[in-house]
Design a binder for this molecule. Structure first.
Ligand SMILES: Cc1cc2nc3c(=O)[nH]c(=O)nc-3n(C[C@H](O)[C@H](O)[C@H](O)COP(=O)(O)OP(=O)(O)OC[C@H]3O[C@@H](n4cnc5c(N)ncnc54)[C@H](O)[C@@H]3O)c2cc1C
Ligand SMILES: *[C@@H]1O[C@H](CO)[C@@H](O)[C@H](O)[C@H]1NC(C)=O
Ligand SMILES: *[C@@H]1O[C@H](CO)[C@@H](O)[C@H](O)[C@H]1NC(C)=O
Ligand SMILES: *[C@@H]1O[C@H](CO)[C@@H](O)[C@H](O)[C@H]1NC(C)=O
Ligand SMILES: *[C@@H]1O[C@H](CO)[C@@H](O)[C@H](O)[C@H]1NC(C)=O
Ligand SMILES: *[C@@H]1O[C@H](CO)[C@@H](O)[C@H](O)[C@H]1NC(C)=O
Ligand SMILES: *[C@@H]1O[C@H](CO)[C@@H](O)[C@H](O)[C@H]1NC(C)=O
Ligand SMILES: *[C@@H]1O[C@H](CO)[C@@H](O)[C@H](O)[C@H]1NC(C)=O
Ligand SMILES: *[C@@H]1O[C@H](CO)[C@@H](O)[C@H](O)[C@H]1NC(C)=O
Ligand SMILES: *[C@@H]1O[C@H](CO)[C@@H](O)[C@H](O)[C@H]1NC(C)=O
Ligand SMILES: *[C@@H]1O[C@H](CO)[C@@H](O)[C@H](O)[C@H]1NC(C)=O
Length: 495
C-alpha cells in the first residue's frame, strides 16, 4: 500500500511521510527506496554494501553512504530518481546522492558519499550486439573489459577505456580516451544514442535525432543532467594489433622526450599510432623510471610513426607484442597500484622539445618533496589529446587541431591518508608551474580533461563560453529544479 501510494510521488504524501523534523540526510530517503525497491537497497555491514564500497578503485572513494541502491533495470533507476527528486524538491538538504558506474574516479565524493545515498549501476551490465554488428548497446555499469571480451571474438570493437575495470558511465560522459582516439576522436563521439533517466523520473532516448541538446550535453557534461542507463556505441572492425609497454632507466630521459616530440610533429601524424610517454618516480624502489606504452591498431611490428620510441634501446622490461584489446587492457590493469589513494591533475599544451624538457625538469625537481611518502608512485604522463575530426558534436569545445596538442597528466598514488594534503599541494603547484611555462611560450590550451582532473580544477569551464552556456541551458531544460546540481553534489558541477 505504501509502495503504491509512494509511486504517485505526491508532494502531499511525501510531506506527511517526512514530517517536519525528520529530514535528516540518508535515513528517510533510504527507507523510501527500501519501500519502493525491496531487496535492492543495502545497508552498512551487509555483504553487498561492503563489496560495493570495496570495489571503488581509489581509497578516497571508500566512503560510507547511509545506503546503496543497486538497480537491475532502467525502471528501477527511474522509480528511485523520481522519489528522490520529489523529496529533494521539498527538503533539498535531505538528498545527497551519488551516481556510480565503474567507480574509477579519483575525485573524493564524485561517485560516493558519507551519509547519503549511492546508486551503484554495476548490475546494468548487459552487452547486446545488433544483428548486423554495427551497434553495441551496453548498460551504463558495464566494464570495458567485459565489452571487449564479447567483441574481440567477433573482430569488432568500440571506442572505450584502455584499462580493465573502468566503467562505461563515467568514462563516456566525461569524454573518454581510447587506443583509437587519434583516428576516432573522443570515445563519446562513438556514442550514437543514450538512454537517460531525467530528474523527473522520465526516461528519454538522446541521440542526434531525439533530444540532440541533451545528447550533446552528456558528451562531456558528466553527471549534471541525468542518469545514463544505456549507451549505444558504433562498432568498427578490429583484429589483433601491436601494443605493450617498455620500461627504461632514467638515463634515457633526453631520448624519450625527443621521441615524444618527434611523434607529436604534425608531419609524423599517423592515426593508427598512440603512445603514453611516462616518467615515474617509484617510491618503494627509490628510483626514477621511464615507461612507454604504445599501440598501433594493425598487426605490424615496427610502424614508422612509433619508431622514435621503438628505436630506443636498453629497455629493462619489454612487453611489445601483437595481441588483442582484452589482453592489452588486462595488462594495463595489472600495472596499476591497487588499494591506493590517488590523484589525477592535467593540463594541455602544444609541444616543443624545449617546453617538454622544461616540464620534465620541473617535475624532476619536485621529486624531493614527495620521496618520504609511503608507497608513492609519482608520474608525469604525456600523451596526444584526442582529435575531434569526426565533427565537434560533443561539449568539449576542441577543434581538429587539438590532435596536435599534448595532454600532460600528473598521476600519483600513495597509501597513507596523512599524506593527502602534501600530494594535493605538490601536484597543484606543479601543474601551475607547468601551465605558467606553456603560457609564457604561448603554447597553453585552457582545456582540462574532466576524467583526469583534480578536485581543485574546473574542467567544465575549459569547454569555452558557448559550450558552457549550452550546458547551463540543457540543465535548465531537463532539470529545471536543479536536482542534479544540489541533490547530486559530487564531481564536476555547473555551479
Ligand atoms: C586505472 C585507471 C585507468 C584509466 N584509464 C583511462 C583511459 O584509458 N582513458 C580515459 O579517458 N580515462 C581513463 N581513466 C579515467 C576514467 O575515465 C575516469 O575515472 C572515469 O570517470 C571512470 O568512469 P567510471 O564509470 O569507472 O567512474 P565512476 O567513478 O563510477 O564515475 C565517475 C563520474 O561519472 C559520473 N557517472 C558515472 N556513471 C554515470 C551515469 N551512468 N550517468 C551519469 N553520470 C555518471 C559519476 O557520478 C562520477 O561523477 C582511468 C582511470 C583509472 C582509475
Ligand atoms: C574486468 O576487470 C575487472 C578489474 O580488473 C575484473 O575485476 C573483472 O573480473 C573483469 N571482468 C571481465 C568480464 O573480465
Ligand atoms: C586474446 O589474447 C589472450 C592472450 O594471448 C588470449 O588468451 C585470448 O584467447 C585472446 N582472445 C581472443 C578472442 O582471441
Ligand atoms: C577474426 O579474425 C581472425 C584472424 O584474421 C580469423 O581467424 C577469425 O576467423 C575471425 N573471426 C570472425 C568471427 O570473423
Ligand atoms: C529508447 O530506445 C530503445 C531502443 O532503441 C527502445 O526500446 C525504447 O522504447 C526507447 N525509449 C523511449 C523512452 O523512447
Ligand atoms: C629506427 O631504426 C631503423 C633501423 O635502424 C631505421 O631504419 C629508422 O630510420 C629509425 N627510425 C627513426 C624514426 O629514427
Ligand atoms: C633530476 O634531478 C636530479 C637532481 O635533483 C639530477 O641529479 C638528475 O640528473 C635529474 N634527472 C634528469 C634525467 O635530468
Ligand atoms: C552533429 O549532430 C547533428 C545533429 O545533432 C547532425 O545533424 C550532424 O550530422 C552531426 N555531425 C557530425 C559530423 O556527426
Ligand atoms: C600514516 O602516517 C602517520 C603519520 O606519519 C603514521 O603515524 C601512521 O602510522 C601511518 N599509517 C600507516 C598505516 O602506515
Ligand atoms: C598545503 O597548502 C596549504 C595552503 O597553501 C598550507 O596551509 C598547508 O600547510 C600545506 N600543507 C602541506 C602538508 O604542505
Ligand atoms: C604562475 O604565474 C602566476 C602569474 O605570473 C603567478 O602568480 C603564480 O605564482 C605562478 N605559479 C607558480 C606555481 O609558479
Amino acid at each position: 500500500m505504501l509502495v503504491a501510494r509512494l509511486t504517485d510521488y505526491s508532494t502531499t504524501l511525501l510531506f506527511l511521510l517526512l514530517g517536519r523534523d525528520s529530514a535528516n540526510t540518508g535515513s528517510l530517503p533510504c527507507s523510501t527506496l527500501s519501500n519502493l525497491l525491496p531487496r535492492k537497497v543495502s545497508y552498512p555491514a551487509s555483504s553487498s554494501y561492503t563489496s560495493s564500497i570495496l570495489s571503488y578503485f581509489f581509497l578516497q572513494e571508500h566512503l560510507a553512504p547511509a545506503c546503496i541502491l543497486t538497480p537491475s533495470s532502467t525502471s528501477d533507476v527511474a522509480i528511485a530518481i523520481a522519489a528522490l527528486s520529489s523529496i529533494h524538491s521539498i527538503y533539498p538538504a535531505a538528498i545527497d546522492l551519488s551516481i556510480r558506474s565503474g567507480g574509477h574516479s579519483p575525485v573524493k565524493g564524485a561517485a560516493n558519499n558519507n551519509g547519503g545515498i549511492t546508486i551503484d549501476l554495476r548490475a546494468l551490465d548487459s552487452i547486446d550486439v545488433s544483428q548486423d554488428q554495427t551497434v553495441v548497446s551496453v548498460g551504463a555499469g558495464t566494464l570495458w573489459n567485459a565489452t571487449y571480451a564479447k567483441l574481440d571474438p567477433l573482430n569488432i570493437s568500440v571506442s572505450g577505456g584502455r584499462v580493465a575495470g573502468i566503467g562505461a558511465g563515467g568514462f563516456l560522459t566525461g569524454g573518454g580516451i581510447s587506443f583509437f582516439s587519434p583516428q576516432r576522436g573522443w570515445a563519446c563521439d562513438g556514442v550514437i544514442g543514450m538512454e537517460v533517466v531525467l530528474a523527473s523520473g522520465k526516461v528519454v532516448n538522446a541521440s542526434a535525432q531525439s533530444h540532440p541538446d541533451l545528447f550533446q550535453a552528456l558528451k562531456g557534461g558528466s553527471n549534471n543532467f541525468g542518469v545514463v542507463t544505456r549507451f549505444e556505441l558504433a562498432t568498427f572492425a578490429l583484429g589483433d594489433f601491436l601494443g605493450g609497454a617498455r620500461i627504461f632507466p632514467s638515463s634515457t630521459v633526453p631520448q624519450q622526450l625527443q621521441a615524444f616530440n618527434t611523434f607529436m610533429q604534425p608531419e609524423n601524424f599517423d592515426e593508427k599510432a598512440t603512445a603514453i610517454s611516462g616518467y615515474i618516480y617509484d617510491g618503494p624502489i627509490g628510483q626514477q623510471l621511464v615507461s612507454i606504452e604504445v599501440e598501433y591498431s594493425l598487426p605490424v611490428l615496427d610502424p614508422v610513426a612509433l619508431q622514435p620510441f621503438l628505436n630506443i634501446s636498453g629497455a629493462l622490461i619489454d612487453s611489445m607484442r601483437i595481441s588483442n584489446l582484452s589482453d592489452f587492457t588486462s595488462e594495463l590493469a595489472t600495472d596499476q597500484a591497487l588499494n591506493s589513494r590517488g590523484i589525477y591533475v592535467n593540463t594541455v599544451f602544444s609541444p616543443t622539445l624545449a617546453v617538454l624538457e622544461e616540464i620534465y625538469a620541473l617535475w624532476n625537481s619536485s621529486i624531493p618533496l614527495i620521496t618520504g611518502i609511503d608507497n608513492v608512485q609519482y608520474g608525469l604522463l604525456l600523451q596526444r589529446l584526442p582529435a575531434t575530426i569526426l565533427g565537434n558534436n560533443n561539449s568539449l569545445g576542441l577543434g581538429p587541431s587539438a590532435v596536435f596538442d599534448t595532454l600532460c597528466l600528473l598521476s600519483v598514488t600513495w597509501t597513507n591518508a596523512t599524506d593527502d594534503e602534501l600530494i594535493y599541494n605538490t601536484t597543484q603547484t606543479l601543474i601551475n608551474q607547468i601551465s605558467n611555462v606553456t603560457k609564457a611560450a604561448c603554447l597553453f590550451n585552457d582545456f582540462e580533461y574532466l576524467n583526469y582532473a583534480a578536485f581543485f580544477q574546473d574542467p567544465l569551464d575549459g569547454y569555452g563560453t558557448a559550450n558552457f552556456d549550452n550546458l547551463i541551458t540543457a540543465s535548465k531544460q531537463y532539470d529545471p529544479l536543479g536536482f542534479f546540481q544540489s541533490g547530486v553534489p559530487g564531481g564536476f558541477k555547473l555551479k
